[in-house]
Ligand binder design. Sequence first.
Ligand SMILES: Nc1ncnc2c1ncn2[C@@H]1O[C@H](COP(=O)(O)OP(=O)(O)OP(=O)(O)O)[C@@H](O)[C@H]1O
Ligand SMILES: [Mg+2]
Length: 105
Amino acid sequence: MKVAVVGKGGSGKTTTSAVLARTFARSGRSTLALDCDSNPNLGISLGLGEAETERLVTVREAVDAGETEHAVSVDDLVDRFGVDAPDGVRLAVVSAIQNPEPGCP
Ligand SMILES: Nc1ncnc2c1ncn2[C@@H]1O[C@H](COP(=O)(O)OP(=O)(O)OP(=O)(O)O)[C@@H](O)[C@H]1O
Ligand SMILES: [Mg+2]
Protein backbone atom coordinates (compact mmCIF):
# COMPACT_ATOMS: atom_id res chain seq x y z
CA MET A 1 0.00 0.00 0.00
CA LYS A 2 1.25 3.49 -0.83
CA VAL A 3 -0.12 6.52 1.01
CA ALA A 4 0.62 10.10 -0.03
CA VAL A 5 -0.18 12.96 2.33
CA VAL A 6 -0.66 16.38 0.72
CA GLY A 7 -2.41 19.59 1.72
CA LYS A 8 -2.14 23.28 2.48
CA GLY A 9 0.65 24.71 4.61
CA GLY A 10 0.19 23.99 8.29
CA SER A 11 -2.76 21.65 7.73
CA GLY A 12 -1.16 18.72 9.58
CA LYS A 13 0.61 16.79 6.78
CA THR A 14 3.74 15.99 8.76
CA THR A 15 1.88 15.06 11.93
CA THR A 16 -0.55 12.84 10.02
CA SER A 17 2.28 11.19 8.07
CA ALA A 18 4.19 10.38 11.24
CA VAL A 19 1.15 8.96 13.03
CA LEU A 20 0.26 6.80 10.01
CA ALA A 21 3.84 5.55 9.58
CA ARG A 22 4.32 4.73 13.26
CA THR A 23 0.92 3.05 13.48
CA PHE A 24 1.59 0.88 10.40
CA ALA A 25 5.05 -0.07 11.65
CA ARG A 26 3.81 -0.90 15.14
CA SER A 27 1.18 -3.19 13.65
CA GLY A 28 3.97 -5.17 11.98
CA ARG A 29 3.90 -3.73 8.46
CA SER A 30 7.19 -2.99 6.75
CA THR A 31 7.02 0.81 6.58
CA LEU A 32 9.07 3.23 4.48
CA ALA A 33 8.45 6.95 5.03
CA LEU A 34 9.63 9.33 2.30
CA ASP A 35 9.85 13.01 3.23
CA CYS A 36 9.57 15.02 -0.02
CA ASP A 37 8.86 18.36 1.65
CA SER A 38 10.99 21.36 0.68
CA ASN A 39 11.41 21.91 4.43
CA PRO A 40 11.69 18.29 5.60
CA ASN A 41 10.99 17.73 9.29
CA LEU A 42 9.20 14.37 9.30
CA GLY A 43 12.17 12.93 11.20
CA ILE A 44 11.29 15.10 14.19
CA SER A 45 7.69 13.84 14.23
CA LEU A 46 8.92 10.27 13.84
CA GLY A 47 11.06 10.66 16.97
CA LEU A 48 14.39 10.55 15.15
CA GLY A 49 15.80 13.65 16.82
CA GLU A 50 16.97 16.97 15.48
CA ALA A 51 20.58 16.08 14.62
CA GLU A 52 19.72 12.99 12.56
CA THR A 53 16.84 14.80 10.85
CA GLU A 54 19.23 17.60 9.86
CA ARG A 55 21.76 15.05 8.60
CA LEU A 56 19.16 13.50 6.28
CA VAL A 57 18.53 16.94 4.78
CA THR A 58 22.23 17.30 3.95
CA VAL A 59 22.17 13.85 2.32
CA ARG A 60 19.39 15.00 -0.04
CA GLU A 61 21.21 18.27 -0.71
CA ALA A 62 24.36 16.35 -1.66
CA VAL A 63 22.40 14.22 -4.16
CA ASP A 64 20.66 17.30 -5.59
CA ALA A 65 24.04 19.05 -5.95
CA GLY A 66 25.53 16.07 -7.78
CA GLU A 67 28.04 15.41 -5.00
CA THR A 68 26.54 12.00 -4.23
CA GLU A 69 25.50 9.39 -6.78
CA HIS A 70 21.78 8.82 -7.24
CA ALA A 71 20.49 5.46 -6.08
CA VAL A 72 20.48 2.81 -8.81
CA SER A 73 17.36 1.09 -7.49
CA VAL A 74 14.67 1.55 -4.88
CA ASP A 75 16.41 -0.97 -2.61
CA ASP A 76 19.65 0.99 -2.99
CA LEU A 77 17.82 4.21 -2.12
CA VAL A 78 16.34 2.68 1.02
CA ASP A 79 19.69 1.16 2.05
CA ARG A 80 21.95 4.13 1.36
CA PHE A 81 19.71 7.08 2.14
CA GLY A 82 17.35 5.62 4.71
CA VAL A 83 17.67 5.49 8.49
CA ASP A 84 15.83 3.45 11.09
CA ALA A 85 13.45 5.56 13.17
CA PRO A 86 11.49 4.50 16.29
CA ASP A 87 8.76 1.84 16.00
CA GLY A 88 10.52 0.28 13.01
CA VAL A 89 9.84 3.03 10.46
CA ARG A 90 12.54 3.48 7.80
CA LEU A 91 12.85 7.13 6.74
CA ALA A 92 14.50 8.76 3.74
CA VAL A 93 14.45 12.41 2.69
CA VAL A 94 14.02 12.52 -1.08
CA SER A 95 13.08 14.88 -3.89
CA ALA A 96 11.73 14.73 -7.40
CA ILE A 97 14.29 14.12 -10.11
CA GLN A 98 13.86 16.84 -12.72
CA ASN A 99 15.38 14.94 -15.66
CA PRO A 100 15.17 11.22 -14.91
CA GLU A 101 17.21 8.89 -17.10
CA PRO A 102 15.82 5.54 -18.29
CA GLY A 103 15.70 3.03 -15.42
CA CYS A 104 15.87 5.68 -12.73
CA PRO A 105 13.99 4.42 -9.64
N1 LIG B 1 -5.10 16.86 14.31
C1 LIG B 1 -4.54 17.96 14.83
N2 LIG B 1 -5.16 18.68 15.77
C2 LIG B 1 -4.60 19.80 16.29
N3 LIG B 1 -3.40 20.29 15.94
C3 LIG B 1 -2.73 19.61 15.00
C4 LIG B 1 -3.25 18.42 14.38
N4 LIG B 1 -2.34 17.98 13.47
C5 LIG B 1 -1.34 18.86 13.51
N5 LIG B 1 -1.54 19.83 14.44
C6 LIG B 1 -0.65 20.95 14.75
O1 LIG B 1 -0.72 21.85 13.64
C7 LIG B 1 0.58 22.39 13.38
C8 LIG B 1 0.97 22.09 11.95
O2 LIG B 1 1.09 20.67 11.81
P1 LIG B 1 2.11 20.02 10.78
O3 LIG B 1 3.47 20.56 10.99
O4 LIG B 1 1.91 18.55 10.86
O5 LIG B 1 1.51 20.58 9.42
P2 LIG B 1 2.15 20.57 7.97
O6 LIG B 1 1.00 20.52 7.01
O7 LIG B 1 3.15 19.49 7.86
O8 LIG B 1 2.86 21.99 7.93
P3 LIG B 1 3.91 22.57 6.84
O9 LIG B 1 3.06 22.98 5.66
O10 LIG B 1 4.54 23.73 7.55
O11 LIG B 1 4.86 21.45 6.50
C9 LIG B 1 1.52 21.78 14.41
O12 LIG B 1 1.68 22.68 15.48
C10 LIG B 1 0.79 20.51 14.85
O13 LIG B 1 1.14 20.16 16.17
MG1 LIG C 1 5.21 19.62 7.30
